[in-house]
Design a protein around this ligand. Structure first.
Ligand SMILES: Cc1cc2nc3c(=O)[nH]c(=O)nc-3n(C[C@H](O)[C@H](O)[C@H](O)COP(=O)(O)OP(=O)(O)OC[C@H]3O[C@@H](n4cnc5c(N)ncnc54)[C@H](O)[C@@H]3O)c2cc1C
Length: 466
């Protein structure tokens, strides 16, 4: 560790000496929360209740200047740094033990330009806040399905959601960004300014710096779309899943069809399809006719709904603070043997578990692979078992179930994984997320962050750090 007087600290740790915390408070405008402060326990929490880490301090940045100051402060003391926006990373990468958490969650300005159809959004906004601000002008861009997720982590790793098949990933709709580099420089990046760094942040995650502001392209959406879910009983799930595969693989770009094996509050297992038609309601009704006419669903809740309501439909399932585990992989199709594996494993799922199929493809698949770091564009589904529980005693059983299902599905996988759905799974899995784009990302990591200052992420390890 550089500096003096901290010989007993482990590398990367922030000294809890009052003078160090005072020094940090002096260089930033935002609040600094340290061990012993009333707000500390709340400040160290992230979405996943499994994560229980104790940072040396959390700095709630008030603006880009604070982000730069925090980077310089951490750098001068060789501190371990975690970067947090919405706090949703499944493995808890946005909080650390001992080091400094640079938190963006209070940076929530957004300016929507309805004429140019763009939005400049600070990195602390969550999806619900972003969608509400853009929908006030009848506009939107692709964001995920849980209103509480941060736009920052989501966009930097790719970003798919109900609009993705029609308009591409969140990162595909990024026009420019402002980013604080590992050296503490604040850069504007776009197709014409630091174009290599702009390429890297459209899928390469938090490896290259801290993005303080994103500028997005927007589209006319809603405000009302035809959306909702339809469920089939478990004993008819096999046929319903085969129908789903045929329907989803020939769906127009306007239609997104996420699906899940789930358990109702009364304990009944079901196969659920959650659809959203991004276009006129009457057209959606025509396109969705075969889905609604198929079989004998036990419920059909498809109806015209406000886009912001559709975007928060999953919120009740994923509240902050419960214990979560998932492991994801991409599929190109849902073959009959794959359906059998899913049904057999889900039949033994612990209560509260889900098997999710997130529908991708469409416009996402038509962007050339080299255009952005996000490489798994040929996939049709992101497939992942999700365990949700509360009792720490049940950790092992829940994690084991999800891992076993993931293992059993490996033969059907493309081999690729979505960077944003990775926990702490090692370099090989990060390479699987980036495929042929990995070498270019590595070269850019060597250029922009050779000391691996930004390492708590889906880490692309620079040569000097190997
Ligand atoms: C309930 C739930 C629903 C989800 N639904 C979707 C979905 O529909 N579509 C989808 O694509 N993904 C989805 N995800 C995955 C989501 O994209 C990732 O978890 C993402 O990392 C969340 O971003 P965050 O800002 O909330 O996370 P954080 O935990 O705050 O950040 C995650 C990582 O991103 C990096 N990071 C965050 N902010 C910045 C920044 N400003 N600058 C640089 N690096 C930064 C850091 O490396 C950090 O460790 C979902 C996750 C959850 C938990």
């Amino acid at each position: 560790m550089s500096g003096t007087g901290f010989a007993k600290q482990r590398a990367g740790e922030l000294s809890s000496q009052a003078s160090e915390i005072a020094a940090l408070r002096q260089v930033v405008r935002g609040e600094v929360v340290a061990p012993g402060d009333v707000a500390y326990d709340q400040a160290r929490r992230v979405w996943n209740g499994m994560i229980d880490r104790r940072p040396g301090a959390v700095v709630y940045c008030a603006g880009s200047d604070d982000v730069v100051a925090a980077v310089k402060f951490a750098r001068s003391r060789s501190l371990l740094v975690a970067v947090r926006a919405g706090g949703h990373n499944i493995g808890g990468a946005s909080v650390c033990d001992g080091g400094l958490v640079i938190d963006l969650s209070r940076m929530k300005q957004i300016e929507v330009d309805p004429i140019r159809r763009t939005a400049r959004a600070q990195a602390g906004l969550n999806l619900g806040e972003f969608d509400t601000a853009t929908q006030a002008h009848g506009l939107a861009t692709t964001m995920g399905v849980n209103a509480d997720t941060g736009i920052a982590g989501l966009t930097l790793g790719g970003g798919f959601g109900k609009l993705g098949r029609k308009y591409g990933l969140s990162c595909d709709n990024l026009i420019s960004a402002e980013i604080a580099t590992a050296e503490g420089r604040l850069l504007r990046v776009s197709a014409t300014e630091h174009a290599d760094l702009f390429w890297a942040i459209r899928g390469g995650g938090g490896n290259f710096g801290i993005v303080t502001t994103f500028e997005y392209r927007l589209f006319a959406v809603g405000p009302t779309l035809l959306a909702g879910s339809i469920s089939h009983p478990y004993d008819r799930a096999r046929d319903a899943m085969r129908f789903y595969q045929a329907f989803a693989s020939s769906a127009p770009d306007e239609l997104s069809l996420d699906a899940a094996l789930a358990t109702t509050p009364s304990g009944e297992r079901v196969f659920n399809i959650s659809c959203c038609y991004v276009g006129p309601i009457e057209q959606g009704e025509r396109v969705l006719k075969p889905l609604r006419a198929y079989g004998a669903p036990i419920q059909d809740q498809i109806a015209p709904r406000a886009y912001v309501e559709i975007q928060s439909a999953g919120d009740a399932i994923f509240p902050r603070g419960r214990r979560y585990y998932w492991k994801a992989q991409f599929l190109r199709e849902l073959s009959d043997p794959a359906i059998d594996v899913l049904l057999t494993h889900y039949a033994n799922a612990p209560s509260g578990s889900l098997l999710v199929l997130q529908h991708v493809g469409g416009a996402i698949a038509r962007v050339p692979i080299a255009e952005t770091p996000y490489a798994n564009r040929d996939a049709l589904y992101d497939c992942f078992p999700i365990s949700i529980w509360d009792d720490p005693e049940e950790d092992a059983a829940h994690i084991l179930w999800a891992r076993e299902l993931w293992d059993a599905m490996r033969p059907f996988s493309t081999g690729g994984v979505y960077a944003n759905n990775l926990g702490e799974e090692g370099t090989e899995r990060v390479e699987a997320a980036y495929g042929e784009n990995y070498p270019r990302l590595l070269a850019l990591k060597n250029k922009y962050d050779p000391t691996n200052f930004f390492r708590l992420n889906q880490n692309i390890k620079p040569m000097a750090a190997c």
